[in-house]
Structures are given as structure tokens and as C-alpha cells.
Design a binder for this molecule. Structure first.
Ligand SMILES: O=C(CO)COP(=O)(O)O
Length: 141
């Protein structure tokens, strides 16, 4: 599964703790992140993370583009609800695209825990259908 991890600055410590706590579930998936969040996650987990631009410099849009191509399976985006962001339109666009493409997205740690536990239990496997997983295709042909 392709998982995007994003956190605004005030939420980066929480993202580091979260990623470390769920390292074993995250491991074995492809991790993507905006620039600074990617470093935080890589440092906290020692897992490989494909990093895009920093959010204000277009990273949210890059992840949004993957969602629009149905190439992102799950998004965890710890937004800071108490600080205005210069790139708020990009943030909203990413969340809107997740809704367009029915991509599971968590914007707080409560939902994120449910999503990652669901991932570990196989509840996100429906995304394999969307992604053209070979075995699933055969099953539905
Ligand atoms: O601003 C962000 C998301 O909107 C996050 O960007 P960074 O991970 O580069 O700090």
C-alpha cells in the first residue's frame, strides 16, 4: 500500500511518536511524505520515505496528484487546526481529492490509529481492486 504522511509544524512531534508506535504496520508499505515531515518520519522509524517538496512549496499538491491518479491508498495528515497556513488552498485541495477518489484520510491521531489498525487487519485491501492487483483482478474477471 502507498501511504502518505503529512504533518504541520505544530503536529510534527505527534507524527514522530505516531510513526514510531506504528512502525511495524508501516513497514512493508511504501511511505511518502511532504519534505520536512518525511525527515521526521524517517528519523523516527528508520524506514525509507519518498519525500516530496515541503508543503508550502507544493508538496501537498504533489501528493494530491498521486491521489488523482489513484496511486495513493491512505493519507494521514495531521493538520494544525489552530494556526493559519499560507498554503491553505493546497491543503483543502488535497483533502478534496481524497474525497473525490475515496482515499481513506485521517486528519487527527484518533482516526489515524483506526486507519492503521484497519490496514494491519486488511480492511484497506479494497484498494488493491482500484490499483489493479493481479490476483484480485483474476478473481473478479
Ligand atoms: O505544510 C505541510 C502540509 O501542508 C507539511 O510540509 P512539511 O512536511 O514540508 O513541513
Amino acid at each position: 500500500m502507498k501511504i502518505a504522511l503529512i504533518a504541520h509544524d505544530e503536529k510534527k512531534p505527534e507524527m514522530a511518536r505516531f510513526a514510531a508506535a506504528y512502525r511495524e504496520i508501516l513497514r512493508g508499505n511504501e511511505l511518502f511524505a511532504t519534505g520536512h515531515t518525511g525527515k521526521v518520519v524517517a528519523d523516527a522509524t528508520d524506514l525509507p520515505v519518498q519525500r516530496f517538496n515541503s508543503g508550502p512549496l507544493g508538496g501537498d499538491q504533489e501528493i494530491g496528484a498521486l491521489i488523482a491518479k489513484n496511486q495513493m491508498d491512505l493519507v494521514i495528515f495531521f493538520r494544525d487546526p489552530l494556526t493559519s497556513q499560507p498554503h491553505e488552498p493546497d491543503v483543502n485541495a488535497l483533502i478534496r481529492l481524497a474525497d473525490v477518489y475515496n482515499t481513506p484520510l485521517a486528519t487527527n491521531i484518533g482516526t489515524a490509529e483506526v486507519l492503521l489498525r484497519g490496514l494491519g487487519a486488511g480492511f484497506i485491501d479494497f484498494r488493491k481492486l482500484v490499483n489493479g492487483d493481479e490476483t484480485q483482478h483474476e478473481q473478479y474477471e
